[in-house]
Ligand binder design. Structure first.
Ligand SMILES: [Zn+2]
Length: 515
């Protein structure tokens, strides 16, 4: 009896002294927490959470990952991943998700540019039904909302239509959207006056959301870059919500060199108390479609069928051609447009035209289909000026036919941190993690600290780089060694494991704002 009591005491003592066993320890890497100065140390993971972060963790672990010589950071958050319904597609699972993971991206914001499905519950729920490899949060999209209520028409909503649109935005926010996205550059969203957008943004702001906008004009198409930035700032001020300017840039020869003036406008509004941020992809070419690049908006009223009729309508065809010629000049000429899909893939518009009129060549292409294009239209000076601002995040604006889906985060590090010293490594990491998490209210992510979700990237600072190019846009990045998503190893020894550990992240609206 005495012996049993003694054994019991010993067992109890040992149990108390024995440290908890964790699932994983990442040992000896240089840790960038997302907010603090880097240090060499360990990260312990248990289940889907970070258990501890410290200089030397003495915890038994089921697995130890040697991170010596590697950077250990929170998984990157891409605020403009431009994925929508296709996130759940087989193509996305097989091709796009590895493209994000192999750059260390563990969370993507989808439904950008106004494209986000109004049924946010269905978008977020699809990850529960069939998990994908990265986490995602969703915007309710102005384009989807406007199309649902008034179709493609170029007119203002009636009071009843506006009320229905407001209801759709409110419902999307209550289902967990992070905010309202708009793409005022694109028809039919371009048909909306500022007041209409303010009315809808107010519904998002009331429920804690952000106004995220591909602004009305990034160039000199309509109101001009500066006025379009002013419009976004005014919408945030009047609707009383934070503003994020999507993929900030000075697009085209008429606005090259305007980055300092745009920065000054934004920082003046920040000093006046507004929360304004931007995201940016690190490429001098934007990606759009041939028609979106060249065809004026009035000619797209009524959709594609109406556009094709106007090419043959003698009363408007000449005006249409001359405005397309002006848009081509604005973008830098036929040499600056590279077609990246379809039968002309890999050809500049100048090559398609073969010395003849490039506008006629473009119309001939658009009659058959509307291929995506890489449009070389930004200067490195403007790109660097925006990138240096502490309120500018990293994004991909991932879309087909452009290397940015496969390489934006890796390229920003390799070119703008390592080669050109535009940014420090710490700034690059913080603007790819904590800043987007804070901006969009992504809870418990974007920082490496005890209790946070274990979204973690380990990369080799000597080799982390993009391999994707305009000619070969779908090459995976190099240098990422390990990625955890919710504590599950999604990249191991530099290769995707196929794990589908991502979650649909619903934002919780403030109490009392949703019935
Ligand atoms: Zn956009």
């Amino acid at each position: 009896m005495k012996r049993i009591a003694l054994l019991f005491v010993l067992a109890t003592l040992c149990g108390a002294a024995e440290p908890e066993r964790v699932d994983l320890i990442i040992r000896g890497g240089t840790i960038y927490s997302g907010t603090e100065a880097p240090f060499v140390g360990d990260v312990a993971v248990s289940g889907d959470r970070v258990r501890a972060v410290g200089r030397r963790l003495r915890l038994p672990a089921r697995r130890i990952i040697d991170a010596r010589g590697l950077i250990v950071a929170p998984g990157f958050i891409d605020p403009h991943a431009h994925l929508g319904a296709q996130l759940a597609s087989e193509d996305a699972r097989a091709r796009l998700i590895p493209a994000f993971l192999m750059q260390g991206v563990t969370t993507a914001l989808i439904g950008n540019d106004g494209g986000g499905d109004a049924d946010v519950a269905a978008v977020l729920g699809s990850a529960r039904a069939r998990p994908v490899g990265i986490n995602y949060a969703a915007f309710v999209g102005f384009g989807a909302v406007r199309r649902t209520v008034i179709g493609e028409a170029d007119r203002a909503p009636t009071p009843d239509e506006l009320a229905r649109m407001r209801q759709l935005v409110a419902t999307g926010m209550c289902q967990g959207a992070v905010g309202l996205s708009t793409g005022l550059f694109y028809a039919p969203q371009s048909f909306a006056a500022t007041d209409e957008v303010v009315a809808l943004a107010r519904e998002a702001g009331l429920r804690g959301g952000v106004y995220d906008s591909h602004i009305r004009d990034e160039s000199s198409y309509s109101i001009g870059l500066a006025a379009a930035v002013d419009e976004a700032i005014a919408i945030g001020r009047e609707a009383q919500l934070p503003v994020n300017i999507s993929h900030i840039k000075a697009l085209g020869v008429d606005v090259h060199g305007q980055a300092p003036a745009i920065i000054a406008r934004i920082e003046a509004a920040q000093r006046a108390g507004q929360r304004i941020t931007a995201d940016q992809y690190p490429w001098s070419a934007s990606g759009t479609s041939l028609a979106a690049a060249l065809v004026p908006r009035w000619a797209q009223d009524g959709g594609r069928a109406a556009l094709l009729r106007r090419f043959d309508d003698a009363s408007v065809a000449e005006r249409l051609r001359s405005e397309m010629a002006e848009n081509l000049r604005r973008r830098g000429g036929a040499e600056s447009l590279l077609i990246t899909e379809g039968p002309h893939r890999g050809q500049r518009l100048s090559q398609v035209a073969r010395g003849a009129d490039p506008v006629a060549a473009a119309i001939a292409v658009i009659r058959v289909s509307d291929p995506s294009v890489a449009s070389f239209n930004q200067t490195e000076e403007d790109i660097a000026a925006f990138m240096r601002r502490p309120w500018v995040m990293t994004s991909s604006d991932a879309s087909g036919g452009h290397p940015r889906a496969f390489g934006s985060f890796a390229r920003k590090y390799a070119v703008y941190v390592r080669e050109r010293n535009v940014l420090s490594l710490r700034d690059f990491i913080e603007r790819s993690t904590a800043l987007p998490a804070d901006t969009f209210g992504i809870a418990d992510r974007g920082r490496l600290r005890a209790g946070a979700f274990a979204d973690i990237v380990l990369f080799d600072p000597r080799s982390f780089a993009a391999r994707s190019t305009y000619e070969e846009p779908a090459l995976l990045a190099t240098g990422v060694r390990t990625v955890l998503v919710n504590g599950i190893v999604a990249v191991d020894n530099g290769a995707p494991t196929g794990a589908a550990a991502g979650r649909g992240l619903a934002r919780t609206p403030p109490a009392g704002t949703c019935r």
